[in-house]
Design a protein around this ligand. Structure first.
Ligand SMILES: O=C(O)CCC(=O)C(=O)O
Ligand SMILES: [Fe+2]
Length: 202
């Protein structure tokens, strides 16, 4: 596993808009990260979403799992359904990030990127169920991956941030309205990464 950075600013491109993205590295120790990563990989009820692209059905290049307080819009099945129940680990992480984000979350989406071929394409989390200016808390374990953002109206305005193992990134402001984000594929060999995005689903 990669070392945690001792320099909070090391993972950020200069000029990263702090009103959109807040970065808190080192929320969990390297040892905690290793244990949690293995536990999530082994114990989560992973699903691979099938989406329609033109007239073909394709599977998303990553695995997902959805946990929430009650029946909600489920990101893994794209419909309202009974979610998985909070595990003790997820609840403990939720309470920790709620203190920093100052938001009470009612759900979490887990994404499992098995290697450099796994990714999430450019998108915004702008579903009605999240409200107009959602605060989303993103916690990463395992392989460091680059998180890219680009301004919808001018794709040349873009930034990257390296999401280190054990870090928390808070997405807020008009990030989901006016910007898109992605985790690109990588040609370099990549180990497993599990990302948790805590959300408030209405
Ligand atoms: O894996 C990540 O860091 C981002 C995941 C993401 O954008 C999403 O689940 O909507
Ligand atoms: Fe997203």
């Amino acid at each position: 596993m990669e070392q945690l950075s001792f320099f909070p600013e090391a993972g950020q491109t200069p000029g990263l808009p702090v009103e959109l993205l807040e970065y808190h590295p080192g929320l969990f120790t390297e040892k905690e990260c290793g244990l949690l990563l293995q536990k999530f990989i082994i114990q989560s009820p992973w699903q691979q979403k099938v989406v329609r692209m033109y007239d073909k059905e394709v599977v998303t290049p990553r695995l997902c799992a959805w946990y929430a307080d009650q029946e909600t819009y489920d990101y893994t099945s794209l419909r309202r359904s009974a979610p998985n129940k909070w595990t003790p680990e997820l609840m403990a992480i939720k309470l920790k990030v709620e203190k920093i984000a100052k938001v009470k979350f009612n759900s979490v989406l887990l994404n499992y990127y098995r290697d450099g071929n796994d990714s999430v394409a450019w998108h915004s989390d702008n579903e009605n169920a999240l409200g107009k200016y959602p605060v989303i808390a993103s916690v990463s374990f395992g392989q460091v991956r680059s998180f890219d953002i680009r301004f919808k109206e001018d794709h040349s305005e873009k930034y990257s941030i390296r999401l280190e193992s054990g870090s928390l990134m808070i997405m807020k402001g008009n990030l989901q309205q006016d910007w898109e984000h992605r985790i690109a594929k990588s040609t370099r060999p990549m180990n497993a990464r599990v990302n948790l995005t805590f959300r408030v689903v209405i």
